[in-house]
Design a protein around this ligand. Sequence first.
Ligand code: CTP
Ligand code: MG
Length: 233
Amino acid sequence: MSGPRQPRHFGLIPAAGIGARLGAGIPKQYMPLAGKPMLAHVLDTFAATAVIAHTFVVVSADDGYIGDLVAAAPHWQGRITILFHGGADRHASVLNGLNAIRTQVSDDDWMLVHDAARPGLTSGLIEHLIAALRDDAVGGLLALPVVDTLKRSDQDGRVAQTVERTALWAAQTPQMFRYGLLLQALTQATALTDEAGAIEMLGLQPCLVEGSPRNFKVTLPHDVALAEMFLRS
Ligand code: CTP
Ligand code: MG
């Protein structure tokens, strides 16, 4: 007896940025970290996670690095597809990617959108997110409760206000939503936002699932040493 079709889980990795703030001379997703390029860490993790049916990577149309990366990773065969559909910003890259895979996914399949710049993600974190959202009507994201005391500054760099940190979280990725809802949300979103922000604009409330410090976004030069420490541990 076969029940209703179970929704599948797909990875979608926006990797079409240039990494201006890191200033590595090459797009940061291709920067070597603990022995392999940042994007290879992410794709190895997605490819090795059994619950992920397939993973799509969005790179820019003129990307000159991805070919060598794929050639060096025969174990991604059949697990990873490269989409040369990068846009002007992250939002556009994700939306272009979603549109490009329209015929390959169903509206109720889950999309896990994950930054190429977060190489510290593990299969365990992916499984934790999926388990937490399995029966969720909306979807959600990995995030970390804020532990520092927060200050809002004035124009002179002096404290204007202490911000109550209770109930504040820092958003991470993956952000996990059903394909149909996510496509609608990002198509309609009027401001630059993460996937969760676009869902919120529809009046829905994404679920916060506790992530991990090792899943931080490599953004500035001083982040490199910390990323290597997590990746080696
Ligand atoms: N990204 C993308 N398309 C863009 C811009 C960003 O797919 N046009 C991706 C990046 O490759 C990265 C993720 O979005 O995986 C998060 O963006 P960010 O950390 O800001 O990366 P960059 O935009 O490359 O860095 P910067 O803003 O410093 O230039
Ligand atoms: Mg950016």
